[in-house]
Design a protein around this ligand. Structure first.
Ligand code: NIG
Ligand code: FE
Length: 392
């Protein structure tokens, strides 16, 4: 039997619920109670009920755990030379993915598992309490299947991204590779992966190929998400809306029509600041999306090519500085926005009934996450009511 646990003396509590003020539902001098890993009461510290266990956080800020709705953790090797070349002027292209495919195919299951373990431990220290994890560096039936299986050992939010790029052996017959995805990979990944993603862009998959994959995926009961409009203003964002994708990710290059379509839809726009940062690309105008009513998430896009970071605080700081989000909008996008991009209502907030996933900051307010860039402000991280990481 687990007992009630009071967390109190919270200087600033981001609830992302209507109990507090503003976009973040912020409460000052707050407290909450957890029972069996879920939030059972939230309010003013002075009105908190007596509990068997109490944690006094000494005026610190508490936020819901970050929800990282876009990450590629199943891979081997790294691409530091490619990054270095880019910083001397080379352009980022989808072609670099094949370097990681070769290393991933050569790796053992245990190597892949260790990589996910290492990066997911980094994520936890960065305040991420739920993450999505994609395949996409296997690109064969066997290697995509073992990628989603390894991912599933660490998270329920697993995505089959077999349509990441066309593997070398299908170089001259991309449609035959799409056939393999549809007839073999999708049915075999059913029950392991929840999501299907397609990189719909230059050097990856066409709009028509994306539609074929999504039509087959939805017929099998998968939900979909899209790597859209990263390298150019193509069809990805429109296809995301057409297929009711949970999320259109990157959206670096959007047309006015794309913004209108996305804003009127259920599809979240997931911004990936690490990718523009690490590829020296222009940043999407997050401000314009918000002003037009778009729903935003921020994610790390952790991968060895375009964004090798697990730091959500970094992503938040860049989104504020370069995508013109306010500090509150960026924190909301990294918590409630990520949950929405995964179509989850149990995480990303700390209202009554939420899973008790949260972080305690070494700071008095969420603003410090963007105000103090590059500083590790996360002092402890809790998942389902249990402390899983403590800096001390
Ligand atoms: O989200 N854009 C496609 N996929 C990854 C990058 C993959 C890579 O370069 O290895 C991304 O940025
Ligand atoms: Fe990605």
């Amino acid at each position: 039997m687990s007992s009630a646990h009071l967390v109190t003396n919270i200087g600033s509590l981001v609830t992302n619920s209507d109990i507090g003020d503003g976009l973040l539902g912020e409460l000052h001098d707050a407290a909450f109670v957890m029972e069996n890993g879920f939030v059972s009461w939230v309010g003013s510290a002075s009105k908190a009920p007596d509990c068997d266990v109490m944690t006094d956080v000494g005026g610190a800020a508490i936020l819901p755990g970050f929800v990282d709705s876009h990450a590629h953790l199943v891979f081997a090797g790294d691409r530091a030379p490619e990054f270095e070349a880019r910083m001397t002027g080379e352009k980022y292209t989808a072609g670099g993915i094949r370097t990681t495919v070769a290393a991933t195919r050569a790796a053992s299951d245990d190597d892949l598992r260790s990589n996910v373990r290492r990066l997911s431990a980094e994520m936890l220290r960065s305040g991420i309490t739920t993450f999505e994890c994609k395949s996409g560096y296997g690109l064969s039936i066997v290697d995509e299947l073992r990628s989603v299986s390894v991912a599933r050992e660490f998270t329920n939010e697993v995505t089959l991204l077999a349509a990441h790029v066309v593997p070398a052996e299908f170089q001259d017959k991309p449609d035959a590779y799409v056939d393999v995805i549809m007839s073999d990979m999708l049915p075999k990944a059913k029950g392991i992966a929840r999501w299907v993603d397609v990189f719909c862009d230059d050097g990856a998959f066409t709009g028509e190929q994306t539609r074929r994959v999504f039509t087959a995926a939805k017929a099998l009961g998968f939900e979909v998400r899209v790597h859209a409009n990263q390298l150019r203003a193509g069809e990805g964002a429109a296809i995301a809306v057409e297929f009711d994708a949970a999320s259109a990710d990157h959206c670096t290059h959007l047309t006015e029509d794309d913004i209108s379509r996305l804003s009127a839809s259920n599809t979240v726009v997931t911004l990936l600041p690490g990718a523009e940062f690490s590829t020296r690309s222009p940043y999407p105008n997050g401000r314009a999306l918000i002003n037009r009513g778009g729903k935003l998430a921020i994610a790390t896009d952790c991968n060895p090519g375009s964004s090798y970071t697990t730091s959500m605080s970094f992503a938040i700081a860049v989104a504020v500085r370069d995508m013109k989000l306010t500090p509150a909008e960026a924190v909301h996008a990294a918590t409630a926005g990520g949950a929405r991009a995964l179509r989850r209502i149990d995480i990303g907030h700390l209202g009554v009934g939420a899973q008790a996933d949260f972080m305690i900051l070494d700071a008095p307010s969420y603003v410090h996450l963007s105000y103090r860039p590059g500083v590790d402000l996360i002092s402890s991280v809790w998942q389902v009511g249990t402390e899983r990481y403590s800096k001390k």
